[in-house]
Design a protein around this ligand. Structure first.
Ligand SMILES: [Zn+2]
Ligand SMILES: [Zn+2]
Ligand SMILES: [Zn+2]
Ligand SMILES: [Zn+2]
Length: 352
């Protein structure tokens, strides 16, 4: 059996354990050095091709495990049933009586390695490998583009933040400047009034000093005569004080500040919950799977054909064409040939 390739099959039959050195696929057994010699000169087996055990071992296990004779009847496969896709030995054929397209298996396997079907398998495999490679490259590219995009977005977020920061800084500076201006303006109004009041205070205290001096040193007549003027002056001052209280110059000035509500909304989670939104979108892949157009689906059914590069030419016949001009040639069934010939007639010689 195919799995006993490590022992010489011939010696094994004689209850001897010898390691095999070659494998004969036709005998479906391993051969030791001695048996190999015998195998290579014996009439029945001298045309068998053998392969070294070391090489044979390299075949995939699936191949090594394939039984090359019918498991059921232990006989050589002779036919192939296309309907059931199964090889048949002489005895199997009985159960394929109604099957059309039983083909001689030797005919079918001849040149199978150079057949279109085998070539198609090789090409399809190449193509599948290429597609896997291309798809991997495509996905890796996507991986890199994602990484790049992430960096870009990160920079964008930070830039947006910087912009907001700068804007807020400017708004804050503007408001503080406004605060300074307003406070300064209001303060200077009050200070101006205070200066006026100080002046008035001085004037009034002068009048008070005068009154005290008059009271002490002036005559009755002098007192009487100046009293009218002093009364007038006092009336002016009273009027002035009166006017101050009715004008808004003595109003109680207050300043306060109302922070812009929209700005405060930023800090309120109900209004601004997120800095932004990360969106995932995907476009249909621009990658197309390559597929061979004229792929032969029915690989097993395809008949083996010979490759033109492997043909060897042999000279069959030499034909003398000196006597005429050969203008065409056809090869007919059964080895016959037909030529189209033009004769050259020397007219000048013919007329003389
Ligand atoms: Zn053999
Ligand atoms: Zn042997
Ligand atoms: Zn069978
Ligand atoms: Zn069948």
């Amino acid at each position: 059996m195919a799995s006993n390739w490590s022992l010489c099959g011939v010696c094994d039959n004689r209850q001897m354990k010898k390691s095999s050195v070659v494998w004969c696929s036709e005998c479906d057994e391993g051969l030791c050095g001695d048996c190999k010699k015998h195998h290579s000169i014996s009439i029945g087996t001298k045309n068998h091709e053998t392969v070294s055990i070391a090489e044979y071992k390299k075949l995939p296990t699936e191949v090594l495990q394939i039984a090359q004779v019918c498991k059921q009847h232990n006989e050589k496969y002779e036919l192939f049933c296309r309907k059931h896709h199964s090889p048949c030995c002489k005895k199997c054929v009985k159960s394929h009586n109604d099957c059309k397209g039983l083909t001689d298996i030797d005919e079918l396997i001849k040149n199978v390695k150079t057949s279109n079907a085998f070539y198609e398998i090789e090409q399809t495999l190449l193509e599948v490998a290429e597609n896997v490679k291309r798809l991997s490259a495509n996905r890796k590219e996507n991986l890199n583009s994602l990484k790049d995009k992430k960096r870009e977005i990160e920079a964008e977020i930070k830039q947006a933040r910087t912009k907001i920061n700068h804007h807020l800084d400017k708004l804050q500076d503007d408001l503080i400047k406004e605060l300074m201006t307003v406070e300064q303006k209001e303060s200077s109004k009050i200070e101006k009034l205070l200066t006026t009041l100080k002046k008035k205070e001085k004037e009034i205290s002068e009048v008070q000093e005068n009154i005290a001096s008059i009271k002490q040193h002036a005559s009755e007549l002098q007192t009487f005569l100046t009293m009218k003027d002093i009364e007038k002056d006092i009336a002016v001052e009273e009027k002035f004080i009166q006017s101050l209280t009715t004008r808004d110059t003595s109003n109680q000035v207050n300043i306060s500040c109302q922070i812009n509500k929209s700005l405060l909304q930023i800090t309120c989670t109900a209004n601004v919950q997120k800095f932004g939104e990360i969106i995932v979108s995907s476009d249909p892949c621009d990658f197309t799977i390559q597929k061979r157009k004229n792929r032969q689906a029915q690989i097993m059914v395809a008949l083996p054909t010979r490759n033109i590069d492997d043909l060897t030419l042999t000279l069959q016949k030499r034909i003398n064409t000196d006597f005429s001009l050969v203008r065409g040639c056809s090869l007919l069934p059964g080895g016959r040939m037909a030529y189209q010939i033009t004769y050259c007639i020397d007219l000048e010689n013919l007329l003389h």
